[in-house]
Design a protein around this ligand. Structure first.
Ligand code: NAD
Length: 318
């Protein structure tokens, strides 16, 4: 099996997605064959499961040396500055999100790496994109620096595939909800915080208004989608910018109602902040039929299934 020969580097491994993706990849390739790298310290959940290196994605030379020394064949690039944090420092967000990707794509081309994974986001869509069932190909005019960097990144991926044959694959993740690692400064972070506060405080103040619908996905589905995309035969990957990916769509009011089924005394209040404008610029739901047709994507979790699993796991972790 070719999987045995692979040596994988996960950059941004201590982040919300990185922790769970690294653990999942270590199950497939073996702990020693998946190197976790991040600017910040190793996440506790990764400790003891495989090698960890401290790495700044902006240091291309160090990255190149690491890839050669470790005989890396695949890279998962997760290091980025997310939507809400990006608006606080647009220059840094643009610089990191773009240069980090270009560093990886360049080295992948020079060293003929087998595969690269880089996530895009629903943030590529803007106020002029369709709000409901936003299709794969549509008007795309992002208004956040994060969305601009993701959209430009998608075209760099497409360019490196077409011009140099780099097998780079990508998904436009919706807001991701997880109980293992904390979210990293996105507009959909409320949907993680609400579960913690429901258990600890029995109340939550939402920074988005009650009827703000956004596309969301439970982390196990996102990890499975990522691995299924990367394991799909090359000829099935027909979109080389980034695939639309959909799990569920709900509002703060609806997630509160699904929590109240388990915690009847839970209450929610609303105090929208600057993140409301970002949320309002994004679609409410996503059409991922192209991913379903090309490589067989199918989500498993709906809102109530996710709520049950989140509350069960958060309670068990206390
Ligand atoms: P996160 O902020 O939780 O994690 C990112 C990690 O990258 C952090 O651990 C951070 O320390 C690391 N990092 C930052 N700068 C670095 C640098 N210069 N060198 C090395 N490491 C660095 O983010 P996440 O939620 O895990 O997101 C991972 C990817 O998925 C990002 O590209 C993000 O845009 C994308 N995405 C996430 C979501 C979501 O809901 N979480 C949704 C859509 C897309």
């Amino acid at each position: 099996m070719s999987a045995i020969k692979e040596k994988v580097l996960v950059i941004g491994a201590s982040g919300q997605i990185g922790v769970e993706l690294t653990l999942a990849l270590r199950k497939i390739y073996g702990g020693a064959n998946v190197i976790a790298a991040d600017l910040r310290e190793e996440n506790d959940l990764l400790k003891g499961s495989g090698p960890y290196v401290s790495l700044d994605i902006m240091n291309k030379e160090m990255l190149h040396v690491l890839i050669l020394r470790q005989n890396i064949t695949q890279i998962y690039l997760l290091a980025a500055i997310l939507s809400a944090t990006g608006e606080k420092n647009p220059n840094l967000a643009w610089h990191l999100n773009m240069q980090g990707l270009l560093n990886v794509l360049d080295i992948a081309r020079e060293e003929n790496l087998h595969k690269v994974y880089w996530p895009s986001s629903i943030a590529v869509f803007g106020p002029t994109s369709p709000k409901q069932n936003c299709p794969q190909q549509t008007i795309i005019e992002p208004t956040t620096v994060y969305g601009i960097s993701k959209y430009a990144g998608e075209f760099w991926c497409n360019y490196y595939f077409n011009r140099y044959g780099v097998d780079v694959r990508s998904l436009r993740y919706p807001g991701l909800i997880s109980y293992k690692s904390a979210p990293g400064g996105g507009t959909t972070d409320y949907a993680v915080e609400i579960y913690h506060d429901a258990l600890e405080e029995k109340s939550y103040e939402s920074f988005l208004s009650e009827d703000t619908y956004l596309p969301m996905m439970y982390m196990p589905d996102a990890i499975r989608a990522t691995i299924e995309l990367m394991e799909a035969p090359k000829e099935k990957i027909k979109v080389r910018t980034s695939y639309n990916l959909s799990g569920m769509s709900f509002s703060p009011k609806e997630i509160a109602a699904s929590i109240q089924k388990h915690i009847p005394e839970f209450t929610i209040s609303y105090k929208p902040d600057s993140r409301q404008a970002i949320a309002d610029s994004w679609p409410q739901s996503i059409d991922d039929s192209v991913a379903r047709n090309d490589w067989g994507w199918k989500p498993e979790f709906d809102l109530n299934g996710m709520t049950e699993d989140m509350l069960k796991n958060l309670t068990a972790g206390k």
